[in-house]
Design a protein around this ligand. Structure first.
Ligand SMILES: NC(=O)CC[C@H](N)C(=O)O
Length: 370
């Protein structure tokens, strides 16, 4: 049977031909590549990929199908999906269906048979950029025109599009020790799970939550979640982070949450050329001197001095973690207020568990502060 043709056009005109994968249609977003050899289900359902068309560099995707446990949220968030060679069949003891069917059911337009190595090299050289994928229109020039009309990721304010409309609670496993108010800017399920394993009850709260509401919940600490978009637009959460620090309430943030703490401390953020997305990025924890292999998904970073301490409105702060591939700031630690963050993903999902100790550090911080 002849497969349906599909077309991928980058905003600089570079064009790739392939076959329709997932839903039939047309989609747009920022083209980014993920180097994970595993974890495609977690990638697809990570809200931080909202408005991004993900290119998987691993050549074969889909071989373990989709299961009922690995979703990081209640839907697929990627705007589109690009793979080299989708598995024709799937096999796993947990599998409940195929990747092709999941994408089709959720209306996610994909393309397969693409030379993903050439596409990735192009994005590495030219940077992440807007892209269009179509399996309904083979007019490349028309598609290119529509790509160029799409919004840029720089300046995109997306928290409200992914945050929970209503608060919900994830109970502690076993004995309850602490209560955490988690500001949902695109949270992944594995964060409250990692906290629950430390006796933490997590209230997941909408993006616009105030300090007064957090106090009403009797929270021992505040968590700022990962999430999509440009951190330069997150003025509301930045103000909340300042209020939390002024009140000396323990604060932990991951990824977007780290960028928010950076801004609250007076640092800027900037867009990386092509970002870090994968599950084997080496990071140095400067407080212990240990190197950990970590999961990343970020296109922006905090602009903070790598060496020495910086004096801020909230006291001294230092860069606690650095990416060993490119010296990008991967963590911040406040010395005079109980706040710290990492730019990468200790919750893994998908990825290694080297950085799981950070959830212990958060629990210790709550314990010391109690
Ligand atoms: N996973 C995240 O929290 C991503 C944060 C931010 N949107 C970035 O791309 O840098």
């Amino acid at each position: 049977m002849k497969r349906r043709a599909a077309l991928l056009v980058l905003e600089d005109g570079r064009t790739f031909h392939g076959e329709a994968f997932g839903s039939i249609g047309e989609t747009f977003g920022e083209a980014v590549f993920n180097t994970g050899m595993t974890g495609y289900q977690e990638t697809l359902t990570d809200p931080s990929y909202h408005r991004q068309v993900v290119v998987q560099t691993a050549p074969q995707i889909g071989n373990t199908g989709i299961n009922g446990e690995d979703d990081e949220s209640d839907r697929v968030w990627v705007a589109g999906y690009v793979v080299r060679d989708p598995s024709r069949t799937y096999s796993n003891w947990r599998a409940t269906g195929s990747l092709q069917d999941r994408l089709a059911v959720e209306g996610i337009v994909g393309i397969s048979g693409v030379d993903t190595r050439a596409l990735t090299r192009h994005l590495r050289e030219r940077g992440a950029m807007r892209v269009g994928v179509s399996s309904v229109d083979d007019d490349r020039d028309g598609l290119l025109q529509r790509v160029r009309q799409q919004p840029q990721m720089l300046g995109a304010d997306l928290s409200a599009e992914v945050s929970t409309p209503q608060r919900y609670t994830v109970p502690a496993e076993g004995e309850h020790r602490f209560t955490v108010a988690a500001i949902d800017l695109g949270i992944k399920r594995n964060v409250p799970r990692r906290l629950a394993a430390r006796g933490v009850t997590t209230h997941v709260l909408p993006a616009g939550t105030t300090l007064a509401e957090i106090r009403e919940l009797g929270a021992d600490a505040v968590f700022f979640s990962p999430g999509p978009g440009d951190p330069a637009t997150a003025d509301g959460p930045v103000e909340l982070a300042k209020a939390v620090m002024a009140a000396k309430i323990p604060l932990f943030g991951i990824c977007f949450g780290s960028q928010i703490l950076g801004r609250a401390l007076g640092f800027g953020t900037y867009k990386l050329g092509y970002g870090h997305r994968g599950i084997n990025q080496p990071v140095l924890d400067r407080t212990t001197g240990k190197v950990e292999v970590t999961s990343h998904n970020h296109g922006f970073a905090v602009d903070a001095p790598l060496d020495g301490r910086t004096s801020t409105e909230f006291g001294e702060v230092e860069v606690s973690h650095v990416c060993l591939n490119d010296n990008v700031v991967e963590g911040l630690r406040c010395l005079d207020t109980p706040a710290f963050t990492v730019q990468y993903h200790p919750e893994a999902a998908a990825g290694p568990h080297d950085a799981d100790y950070l959830f212990d550090r958060f629990a210790e911080l709550m314990n010391t502060n109690a």
